[in-house]
Design a protein around this ligand. Structure first.
Ligand code: ATP
Ligand code: MG
Length: 403
């Protein structure tokens, strides 16, 4: 049975309530004390109740879902932050190869002419772009780094004391075929690729600086410059001329008020990219495009002699506080083809000595390293310094066929 109380305002018996009892058997329409029809039936009341319940449950479950996802995002970020801090607390000792790196140009062995040419290119009020040729591991990168530090102190230099040395490898700087990401020159992240990010949703293209902008005000050291594809090389040359990078995007509009001012500035005036380029290559000059060569001072680094390697081992051991026995540097010099090899062998031999409880690196340690690492014995020049070939003959016959 449903009991409905109807109160009618302004009725003579104001404040009085009429009470109606409805039972399943009572099919007659309900009327209040003034005879008006009451349209509320059991069915509509039930439907309303159901509606309120369903809507209530929907919002309740949504709120619970959001609260749960908020909680799990917070928990996830707490775990990730903890993992990151844990990684940051772990620090290994710096290897000798890092700690004993040359920090002055007079510590670069056997490259006196190259260093002089490099210094004069970067020195003073108008430093120039440079390309360094030379075999692997003979000090090209190390020299460029220390010479920039010295050039920063030269009279009238445009390099600020904190000018960057930005090192990049041309092999890893290649842009993908469609040009969506160009780590050398810079890229625009168009909204279509940004997904649900704030800028993506607002339809704002986002410029991303490349290596040329990161090197702004300093040096861009581009290793293996000869490996850079032509298309990127041409873009790089354009940047060298303009000293800025102009970016384009079909999503950019000058009149779009949603785009922040700094992004308008970048699209209209370009990203700054005023730097000096030092390209390094193990290739020959004729393998490098003329357009690059003509804009750069060319500097040549030489293969290192046996004496140079002996000196590198001696000085690196001193800088790295490694004690070595007599004969070790000569043995290393017999097998190291470059300065990098020499430092590598020394580091490994020092680890071996330490592992076996010896305070000083012995011949046995270095021998074991060159054998285990399959280093090839260095080939001495066939001719002594005061000798030269005047004729070549085989089995008594001159191979030029002249005798
Ligand atoms: N001429 C050198 N004098 C002193 N140390 C050197 C010399 N050459 C190489 N080394 C040592 O070897 C390490 C590696 O050298 P570096 O990276 O400068 O060689 P690179 O010529 O740039 O080689 P790559 O062509 O492979 O890039 C240096 O950090 C330094 O410890
Ligand atoms: Mg290098």
């Amino acid at each position: 049975m449903l009991k409905i109380i109807v109160v009618t305002e302004g009725a003579p018996q104001s404040g009085a309530a009429s009470v109606h009892h409805i039972s399943g058997a009572d099919e007659s329409p309900l009327r209040d004390t003034e005879g008006r029809l009451i349209i509320m039936s059991e069915l509509t009341a039930f439907a309303q109740l159901l509606f309120v319940l369903v809507v209530g449950m929907y919002f309740f479950s949504r709120m619970r879902g959001e609260a749960a996802s908020d909680k799990s995002v917070k928990e996830e970020s707490r775990i990730k932050a903890e993992e990151l801090n844990k990684l940051r607390r772990i620090r290994l000792n710096e290897p000798v190869t890092e700690a004993a790196r040359p920090s002055r140009s007079d510590e670069i062995v056997g490259q006196e002419d190259g260093i002089k040419a490099l210094r004069s290119a970067l020195w003073g009020r108008s430093p120039q772009h440079v390309i360094i040729y030379g075999p692997p591991g003979v000090g090209k990168t190390a020299a460029a780094r220390v010479v920039l530090e010295e050039a920063k102190k030269s009279e009238g230099t445009p390099f600020a004391p904190d000018a960057v040395f930005f090192e990049a490898d041309a092999c890893t700087m290649r842009c993908d075929e469609r040009g969506f990401a160009d780590p050398l020159i810079g890229t625009v992240h168009d909204p279509i690729y940004q997904g649900a990010g704030a800028c993506g949703q607002a339809g704002i293209p986002q410029p991303k600086a490349g290596a040329v902008t990161k090197a702004h005000g300093g040096v861009l050291f581009l290793d293996e410059i000869g490996e850079l594809p032509n298309e990127q090389l041409n873009k790089l040359l354009k940047v060298l001329e303009d000293r800025r990078v102009m970016l384009e995007s079909s999503y950019y509009s000058r009149t779009n008020k949603k785009i922040p001012t700094y992004i308008h500035d970048i699209f209209q005036n370009g990203l700054p990219a005023d730097f000096r380029l030092i390209g390094a290559t193990t290739r020959r000059p004729e393998d490098i495009p003329e357009a690059v060569r003509s804009r750069c001072v060319e500097v040549f680094f030489e293969p290192l002699s046996r004496q140079d390697i002996v000196r590198i081992v001696t000085e690196t051991a001193a800088r790295g506080a490694i004690a070595i026995d007599n004969g070790v540097r000569e043995l290393i010099a017999d097998y190291a083809g470059s300065g990098r090899d020499a430092v590598k062998i020394l580091q490994a031999a020092s680890n071996t000595a330490q592992m076996e409880g010896r305070a000083s690196v012995g011949i046995a340690d270095a021998s074991w390293v060159v054998k285990a690492g399959r280093f090839k014995k260095r080939r001495e020049p066939f001719l002594k310094e005061n000798e030269k070939i005047v004729d070549i003959s085989m089995f008594g016959k001159n191979i030029s066929g002249s005798a």
